[in-house]
Write a protein that binds this ligand. Structure first.
Ligand code: UD1
Ligand code: CA
Length: 468
């Protein structure tokens, strides 16, 4: 059966009190809507996203996800116009669903991120189904009325419910899988004659159930929790963290403190990885076997090889770190950094669009930008690539086995040939040939005894000032 998803995301999200559309607010680094899209099972051929508030921002995000290959299926957007209710939202998707030849629709909310693919699959096992959860306090949710055989008898919104109906604990999760034809006819007949003067999707679902019985499928409440405010966002983040960390611990990962360690949903970790307290892995992060990620390290879209060590408080973004590399503490690897096998990058070193080839070292207080460092070369303490002339960025190319002494400035564009040696304190302004020694030194002055004389003079002046 040709199945398409409809994802509702036109609501204003007033309670978030934010300039960012609600569905773009992140949980463990990934926006809520991306979680929802990722949960779609493979038989879902496409998704229609119903937008209005913040439409441009969501569409920009969609284009970026598509470019990064993060979308499981083609996504079309429709503008709901002024949102008049969940039923009105799906009505706006109808023409697109017809055009796509949809036979079945899966309807989800863009602000309910933790619904799993397994649960969706369980819902889709039925010709028609609705997800429900049992809550101690279901205030605000629609209540589910059931026939004795577990099929749907009715849905009543909290605001329209009687006292007796409000006592029902089974709440509507707002996720449905339904044949399109009966739902389509039911949507055409919707009226907004209810407490909220909205077109309720729930009314259409109940009407469609006359033609095709709708199975009520219960699932864990956490999977249906929506992000309505910042408190919900924090709760979702904690639930996601628990779920993900638990799974990684079962897969052989050590967490020194799972409560403070944030591993995003797109991370892939090898066996015997150790994550120290406060480590945060966001986006596409791959970490090889036996690698240790130190306390407070933040990695975004990074790949790290096997047996590497990131000492505490390193920040790395869109970078690759090779096997056996040692990084930090307090290193900053910015976008486009590539550290090959066994590279050492030490404390207070910043890199950007820079490759350090196998075994190269930059151990202390250094900036390497738009730079390449050849195999086994050593960059001394306090070296700086002067890569920016205020208008353009220029490259520095350092060959193999080069020794750059401490406190050198490499004024780009410039190259240092293989086996060259740059004396401490040199400002390199010309290319250095292979095997050459480059030095820039102003002559040093030596005055025997002058320090003692100067100190005596200064003390005498100070005494005179005090006695006056
Ligand atoms: C809806 C259900 C309710 C269920 C609850 C689960 C209806 C009438 N009620 O409640 O039974 O318990 O979900 O969370 O469907 N949206 C639009 N356009 C609109 C209105 C809403 O796109 O015109 C989107 C929102 O952005 C949100 C989703 O639909 O992503 C759900 O809307 P929300 O207002 O949170 O749901 P309720 O109507 O309160
Ligand atoms: Ca509403």
């Amino acid at each position: 059966m040709k199945t398409h998803a409809v994802i509702l995301a036109a609501g204003l999200g007033k309670r978030m009190k934010s300039d960012l559309p609600k569905v773009l607010h992140p949980v463990l680094g990934d926006p809520s809507l991306l979680w929802v899209l990722r949960s779609l099972p493979p038989e879902v051929e496409g998704a229609v996203l119903v937008l209005h508030h913040g439409k441009e921002q969501v569409e920009t995000a969609l284009r970026a996800w598509e470019a990064d290959g993060l979308l499981p299926c083609p996504v079309t957007t429709v503008d709901q116009g002024e949102p008049l209710g969940t039923g009105h939202a799906v009505q706006q998707a109808a023409a697109t669903l017809d055009r796509l030849g949809a036979e079945r629709v899966v309807i989800l909310c863009g602000d309910v991120p933790l619904l799993t693919r397994e649960t969706l699959q369980r819902l889709m096992d039925h010709p028609a189904g609705l997800l429900a959860m049992d809550l101690d306090d279901a205030t605000g949710y629609g209540r589910v009325l059931e026939h004795g055989n577990g099929t749907l008898a009715g849905l009543v919104e909290h605001k329209d419910a009687s006292e007796a109906q409000r006592a029902i604990r089974r709440a509507n999760g707002g996720a449905y899988a339904l044949p399109w034809a009966p739902l389509r006819s039911a949507l055409a007949g919707l009226k907004a004659d209810n407490a909220q003067k909205e077109y309720y999707l729930t009314d259409a679902v109940v009407a469609a159930a006359a033609a095709c019985p709708v199975q009520v499928v219960a699932c864990a409440a956490e999977e249906l929790l929506g992000m309505n405010g910042r408190a919900d966002q924090a709760t979702l983040q904690a639930l996601a963290r628990n779920r993900i960390n638990q799974a990684w611990m079962e897969a052989g990962i050590t967490f020194l403190d799972p409560a403070t360690t944030l591993v995003g949903p797109r991370a892939a970790l090898g066996r015997d990885v150790v994550l120290e307290p406060g480590a945060r892995l966001e986006g596409h992060v791959v970490i090889g076997e036996g690698t240790r990620i130190g306390q407070g390290c933040i990695l975004t879209d990074c790949e790290v090889g096997q047996g590497a060590e990131l000492r505490p408080y390193c920040v790395a973004t869109r970078s690759r770190i090779g096997s056996g590399a040692k990084v930090g503490p307090f290193a900053h690897l910015r976008e486009g950094t590539e550290l090959e096998t066994d590279v050492h990058v030490g404390n207070f070193v910043e890199t950007k669009k820079t490759t350090l080839r196998r075994g190269a070292k930059a151990n202390h207080l250094t900036y390497l930008g738009d730079c390449e460092v050849g195999e086994r070369s050593n960059i001394g303490a306090g070296c700086i690539t002067c890569n920016y002339d205020g208008v353009n960025k220029h490259r520095t190319v350092i060959g193999r086995n080069v020794f750059v002494g401490s406190d050198c400035q490499l004024v780009a564009p410039v190259s240092l040939g293989d086996d060259s040696l740059i004396g401490a304190g040199t400002t390199v302004t010309q290319d250095v040939p292979a095997g050459a020694l480059a030095l820039s030194r102003s002559p040093m002055l030596m005055k025997e005894g002058a320090a003692l004389q100067l100190r005596e003079k200064l003390l005498a002046l100070k005494l005179r000032a005090q006695t006056c």
